[in-house]
Design a protein around this ligand. Sequence first.
Ligand code: PNW
Length: 487
Amino acid sequence: MSKKVSRRQFAKIAGLSAAGMASPVQSAEAKPQAAARQAGGFPPGFVWGTATSSYQVEGAVNEDGRGPSIWDSFTRIPGKIEDGSNGDRANEHFHRYKGDIRLIRELGCKAYRFSVAWPRVFPDGDGKPNPKGLDFYNKLIDELLANGITPWLTLYHWDLPQSLQDRFGGWRSAETCKAFGSYAAYVAERLTDRVKHVFTLNESGRFIYFGYGSGIDAPGLQLSQAEVNQARHNSALAHGLAVQAVRAHGRSGTKVGPAENIDACIPAIDTPENVRAAAIALREMNASYLGVILEGRYTDAFLKFAGANAPKFSAEDLKIISSPVDFLGLNIYAPQHYVVASDQGAGFALLPFPKSFPHMNSDWLRIGPETIYWVPRLAAGIWKTGPIYISENGTSGEDEVGPDGKIHDTDRIMYLRNYLAQLQRATSEGVPVKGYFLWSLMDNFEWVFGLNKRFGLYHVNFDTQVRTPKLSASFYRNVIATNAAGA
Ligand code: PNW
């Protein structure tokens, strides 16, 4: 017999099941590893979760009285979505939520971040609520709790009721902010008996500029800088009104905060001068949303830079916008700016990226694990924030189901391992990061990229709706079980 061992045989001998769980190699080492990691792991009680959003997973866009959203309309415009797909079916999560909750449980996740579709609750955005609108979320929340999973609710993840766009111009108008406040009050009143954490709006930084400036996302407008700044201001106002609505109408003790893709600034080299410069840059680059929310004013530099394009606002607006929040949610995927100290201007310079800077399977998803260390650390320092939660982090991958039916997404594991190690560095230094939500539970409708970009821990076959755990699901399960990033 040949002494040569094929790779597959070797894998068998070594007990390396593709899922990487039942391996004798692993179980033999499990104990000392776990013990070693405990010492240098995440703090006890660290919240481990996954995240999705309504339009990206629910489907069922015409069921139970849901009204149309701007994404229903936008995905109908030829050429807007890379593969011509839309969210009509997506993951059919509206019908398959029980199975999907089992998937969350199998990861060992104790928290799940989902969003409520505003047009399910108020089909026109304002006016009469749809009596069946909250049924789905009531069932979802009850099922999560029955499985020992804490629901974390996002009020707005981009599916604006189309009627608000048609009648008021969407986020161009303060009418939309008022409608959002009423919707937030309605949801808070009915769901905060069971939901204790509410995110207001997801990523003003993305949906305002891409929706109203570049026109890449819904509603696809290309407005002037002044109008974009006004829409951004309105989104901050909507956030503030929602915070107030949750306080006034939610059960006492309900925690509320934003979930923002903070413009990520990082010292290029760790020197005291660069760290100071990166902090200034982080504050200034986020002045138009997180800054005004956390400081109650726009910075002088922002107003000077915006000049005649600065948003119009009242002192009352600023008071509402800066209603105290309980936590800061940060979506952190990639470094946006490497910063060095400068004796020009505000004291910082943003470096250009070399063409060869590495990225993951989405061009924008540059690989910079230290982002998730520096940004929470600097943000906590600048704004004296309370708890910080990483409300999203994860990566797309060109995941393929192998002939053995498995998905060996070692690239995603590489990305996650490095980011989580840096997050652990932050918590071990006392940066107040209290939890982490991995984007995403499963592959889903990735906006303008359609179904082409896969971010899930579970692979989804969109023809059959079969979900298959990727190797990264085993990786994440191990992170959660050991409460440590692993080496
Ligand atoms: C976030 N960028 O979007 C969203 O909150 C999710 O809905 C989305 O699926 C996820 O990240 C993955 O893309 C972003 O270009 C989209 O920097 C693009 C960027 C950032 C966030």
